[in-house]
Design a binder for this molecule. Sequence first.
Ligand code: IPM
Ligand code: MG
Length: 354
Amino acid sequence: MKYHIVTVSGDGIGPDIIDEAKKVLHALGQRFGHSFSFTEKDAGGIAIDRHGCPLPKDTVDAARAADAVLLGAVGGPKWDHLGGDRRPEKALLGLRGELNLFANLRPAVLFPQLKEACPLRPEIIGSTLDILIVRELTSGIYFGARGRNAEDKSAYDTLYYNEEEIERVLRVGFNAARLRGSRVTVVDKANILETSRLWREVTARVAKFYTDVEYSHMYVDNCAMQLIKNPHQFDVIVTTNMFGDILSDEASMLTGSIGMLASASLGGSSFGMYEPIHGSAPDIAGKDLANPIATVLSAAMMLKYSFALDEEARAVEDAVNKALDSGYRTADIYSEGCKRVGTREMGRLIADAI
Ligand code: IPM
Ligand code: MG
């Protein structure tokens, strides 16, 4: 089969890691007889420099016309002085919103080979961890009205959810739970927030369609603690845009490095956008230091969710495992006795394993 992918490498280490994911997909295509074609489009800081805005219409149009989007990272100190809607990050939110990618799947998986890189004590973390965070991605406080009021020198951001927005992301979470441990934890702040109380009402309704899935609610502050105290209690966490943003960074540390975590942003169809959850790391950009694994694993999620190529997705995951089994580590996951490699070498090792 032929698949057309729009790549949005973006800023910082974005181009470094996207190159490696392409290398891996190329090897995969050769092994399984698929053809992956790529069109690179600008978004983020690079788009500000070249086109004067973080998200050119041409990028959105090309993304819409593609089978899937693979994104690196956006942002950097060069554009930090820009205000509000002119910032590179606006490109990410814009793409997610424009493409209606309301459900963001962020698996926090600890590869057993990396358990030394996990900061928790061995008796707490054990030898593996597998949590799926489902983050609502196109509403909530990141999308609500915001502004400034010069009169009283104030600023505001609005946290808004309607029932439909809550229901559709909950369904993604419950469906995902069915294919895993059949447990959903809905994380909120219902002791304070009215939107959270609405989430609880909608959850009770949705859960009636999933009597085979166990569910519970948890306050976000408690969840932040429980992730460290006993991470194995979680199977699928479903939560709002902002809470999911924060908790997924926290969960990533349980896996040893934020450089390992992939994500899939999905809407109602097979189309999706795939990106590592980490940022653009401008300090190590272009230095062959970044860990490409999160992006490679994001490509694996693309194979699975957008192209229904489960076997191929597993082949990528197996190849990552093989590189790690052989003791190869980028700097962020390095531990004593391992072989330190750069971005390109790690990409080559994974591609070769395929
Ligand atoms: C993420 C990032 C983004 C977000 C930023 C860069 C806008 O932190 O994907 O988690 O907040 O969603
Ligand atoms: Mg984040």
